[in-house]
Design a protein around this ligand. Structure first.
Ligand SMILES: Nc1nc2c(ncn2[C@@H]2O[C@H](COP(=O)(O)OP(=O)(O)OP(=O)(O)O)[C@@H](O)[C@H]2O)c(=O)[nH]1
Ligand SMILES: [Mg+2]
Length: 361
């Protein structure tokens, strides 16, 4: 499963965000100052809701993401090297909460609000953490390369040196271009600055209604064009209030702020897109379900996501787009309209397609 760690400076709203994310989906956790919280959250998807309404299945299963809430400031966490810091090395992406709300009772990380400085501070910390890993490895590699001629070691030396050059310039590795081969070679280091990053601007209550806040911020801070970087905005306080409401009340509440969807939904979807993931659906009377695959996956890979047996016995994928299926009202009807395509193993599955795998065994 996809895993994302919520990190940031101290008292910026990490646990608040985590609580809203998970409470909205049933689990309530006791806040802790020292332990990492872990929770699984379903990815909101209106298409799946629609398919479910159509099929009335016994079960509807959303795609899901596991969120970790790292306790305290990211800086303390990395410098103390506790278990919580080991946890965040293993995730697929980082979500950094950036404080942009005023609260007299809770002092801002650096005394006054300064999102730009906070982002620079934490990025530097990630870079330094990776740099120490890189330097140790380079020392070792330099010795080994001298001792024996080994092309694999030389290749590794080159790519680690490339990392060092970026890190020396304080460039996070997520902004560096690597070939697939290079990526493979450095995977084992679990570099923190290499992880895709979503900045979560925790807005003031007064700004909660400004849906464009995230874009403005991204542009101001020069984050808009950066590779493997996204920005989204939430207002922890407003969302926390909303999590207590019924669905109908919540909708009304959103409307009063001039918003269409909750910022938390937007945040979850942003994390999903950041990792270049797409969904395909399976439908039926037993279950309607969203599955997660990387963009560019083949039908054969998609089958493996469901079950290794389906992959092994793969015969054909029957594929229909979400729009065509909804318009037709069912798979047989879609077929009658000629909208059901039969595809082979190499077919590239696209976001929102409904797939039925024919398989042997
Ligand atoms: N006004 C306001 N207060 C907030 C908001 N989000 C969080 N807070 C308050 O800020 C304080 C810290 O929130 P937490 O969610 O515990 O922050 P944290 O980043 O998890 O803190 P540490 O784990 O101790 O670093 C709490 O008192 C929250 O109620 C917000 O959007 N608006
Ligand atoms: Mg916390």
């Amino acid at each position: 499963m996809l895993r994302i760690a919520i990190v940031g400076l101290g008292q910026v709203g990490k646990t608040t965000l985590f609580q809203i994310l998970t409470r909205a989906h049933g689990a309530r956790v006791a806040p802790s100052k020292t332990e990492t919280h872990v929770g699984v959250v379903g990815v909101p998807d209106a298409r799946l809701d629609r398919l479910s309404a159509m099929y009335q299945p016994k079960k509807t299963v959303r795609a899901s993401i596991e969120y970790l809430d790292a306790p305290g400031s990211l800086i303390d966490l990395l410098r103390t090297g506790t278990r919580a810091s080991a946890n965040i090395k293993e995730v697929d992406a980082l979500a950094q909460v950036v404080r942009a709300f005023h609260n007299e009772a809770v002092p801002a990380p650096s005394g006054e609000l300064n999102p730009r400085a906070d982002i620079e501070t934490t990025d530097l910390e990630l870079v330094l953490s990776d740099l120490s890993v890189v330097e140790k490895r380079l020392d070792r590699l330099a010795k080994d390369v001298k001792k024996q001629k080994n092309p694999a070691l030389e290749k590794e030396f080159q790519v680690v040196e490339k990392c060092k050059q970026a890190l020396d310039k304080q460039t996070p590795l997520r902004q560096v271009e690597f070939s697939d081969e290079e990526r493979k070679l450095i995977r084992g280091f679990t570099f923190l600055s290499l992880k895709p990053m979503v900045y979560v601007l925790n807005l003031d209550e007064n700004d909660a209604g400004r849906a464009e806040a995230a874009e403005e911020f991204a542009a101001q801070m020069g984050l808009a064009q950066k590779p493997r970087t996204s920005v989204t905005a939430v207002c922890g306080k407003v969302e926390a209030e909303m999590a207590e409401l019924s669905e109908a009340e919540a909708a009304e509440f959103l409307e009063s702020y001039g918003l269409k969807e909750s910022a938390v939904s937007r945040f979850i979807r942003t994390s999903y897109r950041l990792l270049d993931l797409i969904s395909f659906f399976t439908v039926g009377e037993d279950e309607c379900r969203a599955w997660t695959i990387r963009a560019g996956s083949t039908a054969w890979e998609a089958a493996g996501e469901i079950h290794s047996d389906i992959q092994k016995g793969f015969i054909r994928a029957e594929v229909v787009t979400y729009d065509d299926l909804v318009a037709a009202g069912g798979l047989p009807e879609a077929q009658a309209h000629g909208h059901l395509k039969l595809e082979g193993k190499e077919y590239l599955v696209r976001d929102g397609e409904v797939v039925h795998f024919r398989h042997s065994g």
